[in-house]
Design a protein around this ligand. Sequence first.
Ligand code: G4P
Length: 283
Amino acid sequence: MHFQWYPGHMTKARRQMQEDIKLIDLVIELVDARIPLSSRNPDIDQLGKQKARLILMNKADLANEEQTRQWTEFFQNQGYFVVKLDARTKAGMKKVNDVIMEACREKIERDRKRGIKNRPVRAMVVGIPNVGKSTFINTYAGKACAKTGNKPGVTKGKQWIKLNKNVELLDTPGILWPKFEDQQVGLYLALIGSIKDEILNIDELSLKLIQILKENYSGILTERYSAAEEGEAPEILRQIAENRNCVKKGNELDYSKAAALVLDEFRSGRLGKITLEFPGEQR
Ligand code: G4P
């Protein structure tokens, strides 16, 4: 399956991010907990070097808990601070605050030694489209998001959201482009619904999903669709179409309807908490 790659305004956005990053102490990078590597762009490591780094494993409500734990360890071993999150709820935000302070402890200590007291930590949110950046900013900032801009020392026009006395957040997130040129990345992004379905072959995509589920989440297809998992993916899809009564005019099985159904149930979490990418299988 081939995915098109549209560079669009990439260069401009990258240059903007380079400028923004100069103003901050901490990069808050959101990834999708179901595909923690494929939903990153490693360029951020270059752009954000010298800065404190926090990875938020977002949409953790949709991901396998054991895999999220392993990915957390994986990133922590590389020196990132990590918090798993469902950005739609307030529940994880206290933890995010605590970890931000921990990640910026050195900076705070440095300020203190120089006699600078109470200078808030400045952060910006980055991530590929659809990982939940706006949702996170809205939930995290809540109603209390007093905007502060054009203060001395702040580049004109920059808007900062004062989250509390310790943290200020740049109000516009930095958008990173996924590594579309990697076909596996394209596949994973398509599976989680980050690429418009209109440009995809839904039947083929659902067969890939069925294959991944069959190999890594044994029993799940039998449980939800009463499909025997011994067969090849097309046979499993046929059984799903049959058991879910996906039929066209003339009583013919409607594979595309079954394919869309499986994808939809996966994306919405109805199939269960499913991580597609595993720390051991790095490319
Ligand atoms: P972006 O700024 O990074 O592009 O992402 P955005 O916040 O717009 O979020 C993209 C979609 O992901 C939204 O759904 C949002 O509700 C959902 N989302 C964000 N965080 C989480 C999370 O932790 N868990 C789950 N399950 N979903 C999350 P949408 O369908 O596009 O919009 P809506 O119908 O929910 O408003």
